[in-house]
Ligand binder design. Structure first.
Ligand SMILES: Nc1ncnc2c1ncn2[C@@H]1O[C@H](COP(=O)(O)OP(=O)(O)OP(=O)(O)O)[C@@H](O)[C@H]1O
Ligand SMILES: [Mg+2]
Length: 592
């Protein structure tokens, strides 16, 4: 995400970076400000310790070279030792406090991100690979928290040391110091060059890493298909290509950063030569007030400055990379869900009323229109069926109803109230759903059923399980988890868990999307009689391919390519000999 204006001026901050940093400060650091101030104070102490060390050393050297006593020398040694004990104590405390601050910030950031991501529209998850989300929540927060917490505190300490010791050196001998900083422009140039490159590379590495994690997730999740298709090697090769790309990118990244150290080393060599030469000359020449002790102290000061300066430069080299990460996280936090409660949304509505689609327009992608002015009425308290060829839009009708997606035109009403005017939790609580793609968690069957109503009693869960013909399996398996995505269950068992959930939800509107498609006819017949008890008096919409299972519906709506082509009772539809009758014939005389 490198922009021309940023590459040109790196490592200075673009206005966007500044806004991002302000945002981060307000959100994650401001409340931790007292700790940060404490850390800052201790950092200053560390800088002052070095300056005092230099001052005492200079005195000590004069004691040795000129007129001192052993007693004076001992005092000086003690003072130096004391100073370093002080710096050591600070050096022990500062990272501890900084770690508390940064881990607190990481924790808060992860909580925020997960909470935020879970509230995003389903459409976001349709287009975003899960590896990307994983990477942001798990890795980028860690990187950023560490950088802003620990690394920045260290950098501040280094900066304090550099500034304080440099100030002391300037006070000692401005001319010599001037000579020493002659190399600064070289360092700045190198830093600019490196920063720009690091920023670009970091963006690419980030994207590649997200892609890689998504690819692994996808492959692992599709193991059955991979194995049956014999694609293990193809998948391995695909992943290998991704890691190779990652390797190249991070190699380039580290290579770019590697330029920092040697350029600083070389510059420091130049500085030492300048100072030894120039300082030596000043000592030898009578026109300068400089003695041996002063020049040794000066050199020592430069040595003390160089290491922090080097670390500081390294920190600045990484700074741009972290600004990229910060920008990514902020962008995610700024992604707003489109499907939200209207300001004047209400919770109460007639859940038993008719469900009406009025001239509904909807498409998943602009270039692929699905519903164009779809109008259909599902009668309250009755059983309606939606049938039609695959891809006709049957599942989409149910998704629109629970506002997993919003219509782009027209209106959906329940009992006369537009669903747009309803509070989303109230709307969704009105549905018991058996979805076409059933989601089972790696938990016991009982807990999987309980998922839709955490407060349900054991007896209620048992009853739901009996109705869905899954009680026997619960008795067999007990509380054993059912594997990731319910991998240890058969398709029919998973479907029965979903049906048990619908029984347990006990909501006024029932949406069944191919709810019994994976069951044998005997089990289906038993569940259907239980379902019939459940549907009594409730508005029910059933989607089914097997037409026999909807023959007794109060009204059957036939969808084809997003259009309502026929509707009526089974007998009427057979009589008019249209799409429904053809589908029925294709399934054999009894519709199976
Ligand atoms: N999340 C999505 N993003 C983009 N397009 C989608 C999405 N879900 C479905 N579609 C497309 O919308 C159309 C209708 O899909 P839908 O799932 O509603 O069909 P369906 O009638 O339920 O089919 P089936 O009988 O196979 O379940 C299809 O062409 C499908 O490709
Ligand atoms: Mg479907």
């Amino acid at each position: 995400m490198s922009k021309p204006d940023q590459t040109a001026e790196a490592p200075t901050l673009s206005s966007r970076d500044r806004a991002n940093l302000r945002w981060f400060w307000r959100r994650y650091l401001r409340r931790r400000a007292p700790w940060l101030i404490l850390v800052l104070g201790m950092i200053l102490v560390q800088g002052v310790v070095y300056q005092q060390f230099l001052a005492i050393t200079e005195t000590g050297l004069r004691v040795i070279f000129e007129h001192g006593t052993l007693r004076e020398l001992a005092v000086i040694c003690l003072a130096v030792f004391g100073l370093f004990v002080l710096r050591g104590a600070m050096g022990w405390l500062v990272p501890r406090i900084a770690a508390t601050v940064s881990n607190g910030a990481i924790h808060q950031m992860r909580g925020d991100l997960i909470g935020h991501v879970l509230r995003l529209d389903l459409a976001y998850f349709d287009r975003t690979r899960s590896g990307e989300i994983l990477q942001r929540i798990v890795m980028q927060t860690q990187t950023l928290g560490h950088f802003i917490g620990l690394a920045s505190v260290n950098a501040l300490r280094d900066a304090a040391t550099v500034v304080i010791v440099s100030a002391y050196l300037i006070w000692m001998n401005p001319l010599l110091f001037g000579a020493a900083v002659l190399v600064l422009p070289v360092i700045v140039w190198v830093m600019n060059h490196v920063s720009a490159r690091v920023r670009t590379l970091q963006g690419e590495t980030d994207r590649a890493l997200g892609g890689y994690m998504s690819a692994i997730e996808e492959t692992v999740g599709a193991m059955r298909t991979v194995k049956i298709a014999g694609q293990e090697e193809v998948e391995a090769a695909r992943l290998e290509k991704d890691t190779a790309k990652l390797r190249d990118l991070s190699l380039n990244l580290q290579r770019a950063q590697a330029l920092v150290m040697p350029s600083i080393d070389l510059s420091s060599a130049v500085v030492y030569v300048l100072v030894i030469g120039g300082g030596g000359y000043m000592v030898l020449s009578p026109s300068f007030d400089m003695d041996g002790a002063a020049i040794i102290t000066f050199l020592l000061g430069l040595v003390l400055v160089f290491d922090p300066a080097r670390l500081l430069a390294q920190y600045l080299g990484q700074f741009q990379a972290h600004m990229v990460v910060l920008d990514r996280l902020r962008a995610l936090m700024d992604t707003r869900p489109a499907i939200t409660d209207a300001p004047d949304a209400v919770s109460a509505f007639d859940t038993g009323g008719d469900i009406v689609f009025d001239n509904v327009r909807f498409d998943y992608n602009a270039d692929q229109p699905l519903f164009d002015e779809l109008s259909v009425r599902f009668e309250g308290g009755k059983v309606s069926a939606i049938v039609g060829p695959t891809g006709a839009g049957k599942t989409t009708v149910l998704s629109l109803l629970s506002r997993l997606y919003d219509v782009q035109g027209g209106e959906i009403t329940i009992g006369g109230t537009p669903i747009r005017n309803l509070r989303i939790p109230a709307l969704r609580a009105a549905f018991a759903v058996v979805a076409q793609d059933i989601v089972i968690f790696d938990n016991s069957i009982r807990e999987n059923i309980r998922y839709v109503r955490p407060d349900a009693s054991e007896a209620e869960i048992r009853q739901a399980a009996e109705n869905a013909e899954i009680a026997e399996l619960i008795r067999e398996r007990g509380d054993t988890p059912v594997g990731p995505r319910g991998a240890q269950l058969s398709a029919g068992q998973r479907q029965r868990i979903a049906i048990a959930r619908a029984f347990l939800t006990d909501a006024p509107i029932l949406l069944l999307d191919e709810a019994t498609s994976a069951l044998d006819q005997g089990t289906e017949a038993r569940i259907r009689s239980a379902l019939q008890r459940l549907t009594k008096g409730r508005t029910t919409i059933v989607v089914a391919h097997r037409l026999a299972s909807v023959a007794d519906a109060d009204c059957i709506h036939v969808l084809k390519a997003g259009r309502l082509v026929e509707q009526g009772r089974h007998g009427d539809l057979v009589a008019c000999d249209g799409v429904y009758a053809r589908l029925l014939r294709a399934q054999g005389a009894d519709g199976r």
